[in-house]
Design a protein around this ligand. Structure first.
Ligand code: FAD
Length: 467
């Protein structure tokens, strides 16, 4: 602590990307490491929550009883080892900034979520996965080292060999072990900025699972959009989208002279939230039908940005879900019961009367040593459910039971309503996580609204009220 005054906070309404829940939180925006240290020592709020870009959907980056540390000042690249392809950067830099800079130089981000508007710190804290988990694992597989500022304001260097326990508690640890300050990331070399994409319309779930299994070896990336309104013999009707990074010879002749040009669409935004009535079952059916109709079976070569980040092409697209927001629900069902589990989930969704605008199925490869890391070998289903009322939470709790019954788990970065009892059963390594957290942060300085809801931090470790 330098003796300077701790930075000031602003009290404002904050939410994750789903706009549910919305909480009034104190928000700090430290300018530098000294301010951050000062904040840990002197902020009057009982607990602190790191926050990157706020792209987690629920309350993972909210802290109604404490304060949020908005870390976006820590957004610089620090160095690049071109021989090994390793980037050292501060943790608030976004994937968007990294990709924009490195694609023209022949490197891509090795594992990317469906939006590039996420920070490195957030991506490590959620141990994010992409459409290539079956081939490349999750974010932690590509992080060779990071620096963590712990509750005691110590800077701890962590890797698989150095402070390994802290490394595995922090990847997927949802910001509860401390604030990630910087990281070293192994980038992936690419020959072009284009993707060779293979879209295939699929009639039903059996065919989809078969085609997904067949394509695991041939394609780096694979994701299926599923028509959540299709039922009966058409249950699981979908479009399977698979791709590899294109090499130079595959490009149209006109693009071969500039293979690494990073093409991005202009980004119109939704200027206001759409009214809630636009989320009717009819609109949902229409949205699903339009998607199917506009995605015929075909092969194409296209810009990587369009393949990885179609949703980013409309800024603030989450406003389309109206003032009550959306609940994302993402779970994984182990490989051995992927078919039965996915059928049970889709049928439960249909019978609950709530609908999903965007339903996605991906294959996950084996999990890792991350104590709270989400992936496990199996299939992951993600649903976008507009928050039309209390029936949505009821429906999601029913889905939790199904997931539990099949030995699966729900993804913390998307979760807004799981119970502590469910969470404990889904994440058996929770006691190990808590043991390391207690050692690193005995006073429970790092917490979040989600952490308290799920019992991720000890009971009354930090209640409300000033310290
Ligand atoms: C459109 C869309 C598509 C998505 N697709 C995928 C996908 O395909 N795969 C996937 O895995 N995820 C996906 N996500 C989820 C997203 O990748 C994660 O929620 C990611 O963590 C968001 O990063 P962020 O910087 O916005 O973090 P925030 O939302 O700000 O924070 C998320 C968590 O990280 C912690 N955190 C943030 N910064 C730090 C830091 N510096 N140090 C320590 N902890 C920190 C926070 O405390 C919080 O617990 C998607 C999200 C959206 C909106």
């Amino acid at each position: 602590m330098t003796g300077e005054a701790a930075p000031k906070f602003v009290r404002r309404a904050v939410s994750g990307w789903g706009n549910y829940p919305v909480e009034v939180c104190d928000v700090y925006r430290p300018e530098n490491l000294d301010e951050l240290r000062g904040l840990l020592g002197s902020a009057p709020q009982p607990t602190l929550t790191p926050r990157g870009c706020g792209r987690s959907y629920g309350d993972a980056a909210l802290n109604v009883e404490g304060a949020i540390v908005q870390s976006d000042r820590f957004d610089r690249m620090m160095g690049f080892d071109a021989d090994r392809g390793i980037l050292r950067c501060q943790a608030a830099i976004t994937l968007a900034d990294i990709i924009e800079f490195f694609v023209p130089r022949g490197f891509f981000f090795p594992v990317t979520p469906g939006t590039k508007e996420v920070s490195i710190g957030g991506a490590i804290a959620s141990d994010v996965h992409g459409k290539n988990h079956h081939r490349s694992g999750s974010m932690s597989a590509w992080v060779t080292r990071f620096t963590l500022m712990s509750a005691g304001a110590d800077l701890i260097s962590c890797s698989r060999d150095e402070n390994a326990e802290i490394f595995w508690a922090t990847v997927g640890g949802m910001g509860l072990t401390g604030l990630i300050i910087d990281a070293d990331i192994q980038l992936r070399p690419i020959e072009t900025a284009f993707m060779a994409v293979d879209n295939e319309r699929i009639a039903n779930l059996d065919q989809l699972l078969e085609r997904m299994a067949e394509s695991e070896d041939a394609f780096d990336y694979s994701v299926a959009w599923v028509d959540s309104m299709a039922a009966g013999a058409s249950l699981g009707r979908s479009v399977l989208m698979r791709a590899n990074h294109a090499n130079r010879e595959e490009l149209p002749v006109g693009e071969r002279d500039r293979p690494l040009t990073f093409l991005q669409k202009k980004r119109p935004g939704l200027p206001f939230r759409l009214p809630n009535f636009t989320l009717s079952p009819t609109a949902l059916r229409a949205a699903n039908a339009v998607f199917y109709a506009t995605h015929p079976t075909r092969k194409s070569i296209g810009p990587c940005d369009a393949f990885f980040y179609p949703l980013d092409s409309v800024r603030n697209w989450n406003r389309g879900y109206g003032s009550r927001g959306v609940l994302q629900y993402q779970c994984v069902i182990p490989e051995s019961c992927a078919r039965a589990g996915t059928i049970a989930l889709l049928e439960a969704l249909t019978s609950s009367g709530v609908g999903s605008f965007l339903t996605v199925l991906k294959t996950l490869g084996p999990g890792n040593e991350g104590l709270l890391s989400f992936p496990m070998r199996g299939h992951t289903l993600a649903l976008d459910i507009p928050n039309t009322g209390p029936e949505v939470i009821e429906a999601l709790r029913r889905l939790d039971e199904i997931v539990l019954g099949f030995g699966g788990r729900v993804y913390l970065a998307k979760d807004a309503c799981m119970t502590a009892a469910t969470f404990e059963q889904m994440y058996p390594r929770l006691p190990d996580f808590k043991r390391i957290k207690r050692r690193l942060d005995p006073e429970g300085r790092f917490s979040s609204s989600q952490a308290r809801r799920l019992g991720l931090v000890d009971g009354a470790e930090r209640g409300g009220g000033p310290r």
